[in-house]
Design a binder for this molecule. Structure first.
Ligand code: 3UK
Length: 511
């Protein structure tokens, strides 16, 4: 069991404690333009925290929206907000004015810290948000030449900043779900939750070490990235590489350049990197973690063939803060996400809410040191029941306690009375040599209720045609039960994805 002191500021534990242990000279964050040691990051965070408290007039409990690409300044800004006793409300870089205004009003944001490059959308958002919000103004960073910038203001504060006194269960983070449908939901997390995620998955499953160098694609505004690229390394004195705008090629080149040892990204990114991997020296890589959506077996196989690495799959959620089911090394069972991460419990519930027998598909429920607290949202009552978090995922457990992802509960395809998980059909299609990417959804159909429809992106050198569609249909029929084959096949140049790399299935269903 995890125990933390009752009074706890997580940044004091992550940063001040590391420097006090004599690790000030170790590398903490590596960016494209600057690299900071623990001592330098601490000094940066402290000067930013002084600006928040003294120049901006923020007090304990104020909510500070954060906007920026992954880089050391953004990392320091997030940590400064927490250290100053305020609540960080990070937002995905691609969000537009209207979406940001919704978040400002929902989270009752008091102030904004925004990268200079994202200025246009935030100005528009504040304009249309409730005038009672953002009373403490906006300060821009990554803008040292400007006298009102965070860097310029911070240059006048050289003194250390003592972490604001907070309770272990004071909220320090409001993270918004990517909102594939409807209004985004804000989830609240405590100071102790920040440490708890560091003390579960990376410690027990990943086995991360102080000499690890973490790298990857998820934005710091997504808890997958905040944990994997910043909090996890800081907790053990390791380093995180923070890069803006990664492509499969630039991520591979960066792994080589920085000799990264642990990589976090989504399955599609691994699938795109696999055929290019041979051109780079990836010998530094120790573990590669896939999360965000289901990991198709053909993607696991392609990555292993290209790199020799057996990927760690892990399911996480904004509601739970980070990964709660996963497996590494000898515990990996291809096709399964894994077992509950030490500290967490999981079970599959049937339609009546009772534990389902092994082999039966039902709703995945999770309990552990972190969990869901929606901000002002009545859906809280449906999500947390008796301390169990009821995810929106359909899972199956085997007799050995391994958990297998089937689909999102609301994405299960029901066709002529059969339950069909789109991911299973996708797994077969991805084995076909012509298929680069695919998404399988259920489309309304008078006769069958729904029909299985495959949206396929072909690899270069293959052309869309009725013959190709027929070939793919026959390929599926030969691979799994024929009733699961896609009666409809549509070809596309690319598939709709969220900024976190998730396929937007609702867009495929209603083009
Ligand atoms: C799906 C997966 C199958 C699943 C996240 C790691 O993705 C994260 O958080 P979100 O709130 O979405 C949660 C939902 O995404 N999912 C995530 N990982 C997997 N499905 N296999 C997986 N390995 O539907 C889940 O309910 O955006 C991931 C760490 C932190 C995160 N917030």
């Amino acid at each position: 069991e995890l125990r933390y002191p009752e009074r706890l500021n997580c940044v004091a534990e992550l940063l001040d404690a590391a420097v006090a242990r004599g690790e000030g000279g170790r590398t903490a964050v590596i960016g494209e333009h600057e690299t900071l040691t623990y001592a330098q990051l601490l000094a940066r965070v402290d000067s930013f925290a002084h600006v928040l408290r003294e120049d901006m007039g923020l007090v304990t409990g104020n909510r500070v929206m954060l906007r920026g690409a992954n880089n050391p300044a953004m990392a320091a800004a997030v940590l400064a907000v927490l250290k100053a006793g305020c609540i960080a409300v990070p937002t995905m870089p691609l969000l537009r004015g209207r979406e940001l205004a919704t978040i400002i009003d929902k989270a009752r944001v008091d102030a904004v810290l925004c990268a200079q490059s994202l200025r246009a959308e935030i100005d528009a958002a504040i304009e249309s948000a409730d005038p009672g919000n953002v009373r403490r103004g906006t300060v821009f960073f990554n803008d040292p030449g400007n006298e009102g910038s965070l860097e310029a203001l911070a240059a006048r504060h050289k003194a250390p900043f003592a972490a604001c006194d907070s309770a272990a269960d004071d909220v320090c983070l409001i993270s918004f779900t990517s909102g594939t449908t409807g209004v985004p939901k804000g989830t609240m997390h405590f100071h102790r939750d920040v440490l708890a995620i560091c003390d579960c998955f990376p410690r027990h499953t990943l086995g991360s070490q102080p000499d690890d160098i973490f790298i990857g694609t998820p934005p710091l505004a997504f808890t997958f990235g905040l944990g994997g690229l910043l909090l996890f390394p800081l907790r053990i004195g390791a380093a995180g590489v923070l890069l803006e705008k990664l492509t499969p090629e630039t991520l591979l080149a960066s792994i080589e350049k920085y000799r990264a040892t642990i990589c976090f990204t989504a399955p599609t990114f691994y699938r795109q990197m696999a055929p290019l991997a041979g051109k780079y020296d990836l010998s530094s890589l120790r573990e590669t973690v896939s999360a965000g959506e289901a990991l198709p077996l053909p993607t696991r196989d392609a990555w292993q063939a290209a790199t020799g690495l057996d990927m760690i799959d892990g399911i996480g959620a904004t509601e739970i803060l980070h990964i709660f089911i996963s497996a590494a090394g000898a515990d990996i069972r291809p096709g399964a996400t894994g077992k509950p991460v030490p500290g967490y419990q999981a079970c599959v519930l049937d339609a009546q809410g009772r534990p389902a027998a092994p082999g039966v598909v039902g709703r995945l429920a999770v309990k552990g040191p972190t969990g869901c607290r929606y901000l002002a949202d009545e859906r809280q009552l449906n999500y947390v029941v008796d301390g169990w978090n009821l995810t929106g995922d359909a899972y199956e457990m085997d007799a050995d306690g391994y958990f297998y992802y089937r689909s999102r509960t609301d994405d299960m395809i029901i066709s002529a009375g059969y339950n069909i998980a789109g991911a299973e059909v996708e797994d077969v299609l991805l084995r076909h040599p012509a298929v680069a990417e695919c998404g399988v959804v259920g489309c309304p159909d008078e006769e069958r209720g729904q029909v299985v429809e495959a949206h396929v992106v072909l690899k270069a050198g293959f052309a869309a045609s009725p013959e190709m569609a027929l070939e793919l249909q026959n390929f599926v029929k030969a691979g799994i039960a024929p009733y699961k084959y896609p009666r409809s096949v549509k070809f596309a140049d690319k598939l709709p994805r969220t900024e976190t790399g998730k396929l937007q299935r609702f867009k495929l269903r209603n083009p």
